[in-house]
Design a protein around this ligand. Structure first.
Ligand SMILES: Nc1ncnc2c1ncn2[C@@H]1O[C@H](COP(=O)(O)OP(=O)(O)OP(=O)(O)O)[C@@H](O)[C@H]1O
Length: 271
């Protein structure tokens, strides 16, 4: 569970002034939610999602993940936190000189076994078996995990292909596999379908839903596309000028047309 309490973020701008981009944000995101954050351009969506994995440090308030405040984490704790939170982006951010397999393996090559749980083996069993020690993953273990992820995102036939030979949708599938490699409990999606056509968007959303159902991963996605939220998110928060102006179950939030911003979002179909 993610609990965001009185979160604020200010940026220092020219002339020694502060720009408040997030103001008193309070949100609860339950384990297994697909939670959408929607709002106009400049509302603060990217800043918010980047605060969740500390790519941006909040100026005030707290972010609790499973009861632990992450906002002060540094060094090794911060690295461990980042491994438990995967992220995908609008422009995929793949390593163009590495093939699909190497792209997915990248995070695993720099991960120690003890930093994450090998799928299928209970963490407690792992400890009891005495395997819970810091060591690099073996090539075979990495390959097994990469193959598993390739099956999950339905890209087994592209294992040795380079990103330049892939479509946008296929690139995003590679990015999803890479983000899930260390079995994170949270997946952040930053406008993950904005660069894709509507059919490809649908197939990526279907994949994210399948992954959410099969693994229970919590998905937090920011988007300016209404239809994305309506298709996949069970809950949504509307961010307007740095503040949350509505939040709750998607059908309730979008059903409340007394809210000007919601009406605006629904009217435009897109913001
Ligand atoms: N590093 C920074 N320094 C100063 N101002 C920033 C910084 N990052 C973002 N901002 C400002 O914060 C505000 C919110 O930006 P943010 O990117 O979070 O909005 P957004 O809702 O994601 O917008 P969009 O949908 O256009 O990406 C904007 O006014 C932006 O200029």
């Amino acid at each position: 569970m993610i609990e965001v309490k009185q979160l604020t973020k200010e940026f220092r701008i020219a002339g020694d002034k502060n720009l408040t981009v997030l103001k008193d944000i309070n949100l609860v995101i339950e384990q297994g939610d697909i939670f959408g954050i929607i709002g106009m351009s400049g509302a603060g969506k990217s800043t918010f999602i980047r605060c969740l994995n500390l790519l941006e440090r909040p100026t005030g308030g707290s972010i609790l993940i499973d009861g632990v405040d992450i906002t002060m984490k540094k060094g090794r704790d911060l690295l461990a936190l980042r491994k438990s939170i995967g992220m995908i982006f609008q422009n995929f951010n793949l390593l163009m000189q590495k093939n699909v397999s190497r792209n997915i393996a990248f995070g695993l090559e720099i991960t120690k076994v003890a930093d994450f749980v090998i799928p299928g083996i209970d963490k407690e069993d792992y400890k009891e078996l005495g395997f819970f020690q810091k060591r690099k993953l073996k090539k075979k273990e990495i390959q097994r995990r990469v193959d598993e992820l390739l099956r999950l995102v339905d890209l087994e036939d592209k294992k040795y292909e380079y990103p330049s030979k892939l479509s946008g949708g296929q690139r995003q599938r590679v990015a999803i596999a890479r983000a899930l490699a260390t079995s994170p409990s949270i997946l952040l999606c930053d406008e993950a379908t904005s660069a894709l056509d509507s059919r490809t968007t649908d197939s990526i959303l279907k994949l994210l839903k399948k992954i959410n159902e099969e693994t229970g991963v919590t998905i937090v996605m920011i988007t300016h596309e209404m239809n994305v939220v309506q298709k996949i998110c069970n809950k949504v928060a509307v961010l307007d000028k740095s503040e949350i102006v509505a939040s709750g179950y998607t059908e309730d939030v979008f059903g409340d047309t007394s809210s000007e911003i919601v009406a605006q979002l629904l009217g435009g179909g897109e913001v």
